[in-house]
Design a binder for this molecule. Structure first.
Ligand SMILES: N[C@@H](CCC(=O)N[C@@H](CS)C(=O)NCC(=O)O)C(=O)O
Length: 243
């Protein structure tokens, strides 16, 4: 059986799960815990050194360690219309690349807010942490968020600049989708990249990705929420119909 290692709240993981689910590729989902889970992740990724990240798809024949590659793999496993049609391959790859700076920026802004809130830190502890111990384990979550801030730092990480990076990507997405249902003629991975990136402005309903209230608050960007309200509506309807 395939296994997908991921982090439930991460847009990269959500993209990969969406592509696999869309094509009905079976897999067992395994939640990854930053830092604590790293030795095992390295082993499973076959990468003893350098950066390791999730999502990681482990199939009987290969390890696919990138959300775009997982979408391409899912297409190959299915007879359905592809999410990365050959005619739009380069453009879709380009969408994933341009989302990267926005998502890196969003991660820094949200992680800083999480680090400043003991409630949000307690919320981010692994699901198996007993409720009674959550408060006591907050320092561990603090260390893990510090690790994420260092691992994914950007050269210019001024809060305003980070917000600008996000704004630029969502502006591009908004223009591409204005008056359209999809970026291309049918649902593609470009739509999935944009819809899942919206998690950085206002998270999708809990029935799709469950978040505790403190985490949800840290993941909202009120200024962008107002500006991109039509994109949020679009995201919600794409989720309703295709997720
Ligand atoms: N290009 C990769 C990016 C994946 C990525 O940034 N993963 C982050 C998600 S927050 C991660 O693994 N974070 C946990 C860690 O590094 O420990 C993809 O598209 O799959």
């Amino acid at each position: 059986m395939n296994e997908l290692v991921g982090m439930y709240f991460s847009p990269w993981t959500e993209r990969a799960r969406w592509a696999l689910d869309y094509h009905k590729v079976p897999y067992k989902y395994v939640e990854y815990t930053t830092l604590l889970g790293q030795p095992l992740l390295r082993l499973r990724a076959g990468k003893p050194f350098g950066k390791v990240s999730v999502p990681l798809l482990i199939t009987p024949n290969e390890r696919v360690n990138d959300s775009f590659e997982i979408a391409v793999y899912s297409d190959q496993m299915s007879e359905q219309e592809p999410l990365v049609p050959p005619a739009h391959f380069a453009e879709i790859k380009n969408w994933t690349e341009s989302a990267e700076l926005a998502l890196y920026s969003a991660r820094l802004r949200a992680t800083r807010r999480i680090q400043a809130s003991s409630e949000a830190l307690a919320d981010r502890l692994p699901g198996y942490t007993p409720n009674l111990l959550r408060k006591a384990f907050v320092p561990m979550a603090y260390i893990a968020t510090g690790y994420i801030l260092r691992k994914y730092q950007l050269e210019d990480d001024d809060d305003e600049k980070l917000l600008k990076n996000m704004d630029e990507f969502f502006d591009k997405a908004n223009n591409a989708l204005s008056g359209r249902r999809f970026v291309f003629e049918n649902l593609s991975f470009a739509d999935i990249v944009i819809a899942t990136a919206m998690q950085a402005i206002t998270p999708v309903e809990d029935k799709y990705i469950y978040l505790g209230l403190p985490s949800r608050k840290c993941m909202c960007e009120p200024a962008l929420e107002m500006k991109y309200s039509s994109l949020i509506k679009w995201r919600d309807s794409v989720y309703e119909q295709y997720r």
